[in-house]
Design a protein around this ligand. Structure first.
Ligand SMILES: Nc1nc2c(ncn2[C@@H]2O[C@H](COP(=O)(O)OP(=O)(O)OP(=O)(O)O)[C@@H](O)[C@H]2O)c(=O)[nH]1
Ligand SMILES: [Mg+2]
Length: 227
């Protein structure tokens, strides 16, 4: 009798369980302005922020094991609303509009600010933000502004370094270190990510699941000042 495949390689590490199995996914709608409609804030929310074209929609699709839950654009600056996705009827992902694309007019560039800031200030169930940065580039002034705003409101923030597949194996660690240094964070706080290879997906999923399990930081007893 032939061996079953699972018994062929006893020394091989068993594949780790998926930290975020997607059982259901529902697009809930988009929020077009700071005072506009948004889905009722009942479930915990995690928002995804970053420059236009940084790979936000691609990262969300990877995270959710979907080819096109969030729209991936070749034309940067296309996502103009905050798009909400309900995951497993347990938590909500908010895909924020990309900011700071150079070829967009100054007015359009400024338009993101009230919407993003309004959303971040007025979402009682928000647990934290995943801030995306392209691993190949130093953070832009807009990135610093965004991170400064997140620090100001006290939002727990995860950093994902996107498009790591575009670097060689020797370049990647160097660029990741540079990024951590530029942000003033420890190397371990930056999650290397690639939507093309799937690198970092499970690490990010684990971190997002942990964020969702926390109470909203604004209401934590230990942190009344940030409310
Ligand atoms: N090589 C590589 N390309 C990527 C990766 N992530 C995204 N891209 C590409 O980068 C471009 C922008 O990706 P999107 O996911 O649409 O970026 P976004 O941040 O959602 O952009 P906007 O919604 O327009 O602000 C697309 O051409 C993607 O295919 C990645 O990890 N590796
Ligand atoms: Mg997008």
């Amino acid at each position: 009798m032939s061996k079953r495949s699972g018994e062929d390689a006893p020394n091989k590490e068993p594949r780790a369980a998926d930290p975020l199995v997607i059982r259901s996914l529902e697009f809930m709608g988009g929020m077009a302005g700071a005072a506009a409609w948004r889905p009722e804030s009942v479930l915990p929310e995690v928002a995804f922020a970053g420059r236009s074209n940084v790979g936000k929609s691609s990262l969300i699709n990877r995270l959710l094991h979907r080819k096109k839950a969030a729209r991936v654009s070749n034309t940067p600056g296309r996502t103009r609303e905050v798009n909400f996705f309900e995951v497993n009827k347990q938590f909500v992902i908010a895909d924020l509009p990309g900011y700071g694309y150079a070829r967009i007019s100054k007015e359009a560039k400024q338009a993101w600010q009230p919407l993003i800031e309004g959303y971040l200030r007025n979402s009682p169930q928000l647990r934290g933000v995943v801030q995306l940065l392209d691993v190949r580039h130093a953070p832009s002034p807009d990135d610093h502004e965004m991170l400064g705003f997140l620090a100001e409101i006290g939002a727990p923030t995860l950093i994902a370094a996107t498009k790591v597949d575009k670097l060689t194996r020797t370049e990647a660690p160097k660029k990741l270190r540079e990024l951590a240094l530029a942000l003033g964070v420890d190397d371990e706080q930056v999650i290397p990510f690639s939507s093309v290879t799937g690198m970092g997906r499970d690490d990010l999923a684990t971190a997002v699941v942990a964020l969702v399990a926390e109470p909203p930081w604004r209401y934590r007893v230990s942190n009344p000042a940030s409310y």
